[in-house]
Design a protein around this ligand. Structure first.
Ligand code: DGP
Length: 114
């Protein structure tokens, strides 16, 4: 998946402001932040969309949410609250086809999202 932007960030071929990594997950700051804290949490494994998840990826999703809890505490947004969002497909606004969770915090959020 040489043409995948997030695979390139994970490999270090494209610069990313990495704030967390473990054996299965990498998290880096979004280049166009929509909140004071806006971090993208991605699996090292290339998975294009949520619909491409396989049975063997179920544990990986737990790894991602565990990383989110670590990051929330580390970045000081756990007390006030934060949002974790995944966009799947063009109608939801997905623009990078390597599955990623947006972690947003540091301000209030309205519901429903736009
Ligand atoms: P989505 O629209 O859900 O696919 O979100 C993709 C996000 O990726 C968007 O918020 C902007 C971010 N993004 C795009 N290009 C780059 C990049 O080169 N570096 C970083 N850190 N983020 C990027």
């Amino acid at each position: 998946m040489n043409s995948c932007l997030f695979c390139s960030i994970i490999k270090g071929d494209v610069k990313g402001d990495i704030v967390y990594q473990d054996e299965s997950v990498v998290a880096f700051r979004d280049i166009h932040p929509k909140a004071p804290v806006h971090i993208l949490i991605v699996p090292r494994k290339h998975i294009a969309t949520l619909l491409d998840l396989e049975q063997g990826d179920k544990g990986l999703m737990g790894d991602i949410f565990y990383a989110a809890t670590r990051l929330a505490k580390d970045k000081g947004i756990s007390e006030d609250g934060f949002r974790v969002v995944l966009n799947c497909g063009p109608g939801a606004g997905q623009s990078v086809y390597h599955i990623h969770f947006h972690m947003l915090g540091g301000r209030s959020f309205s519901w429903p999202p736009g």
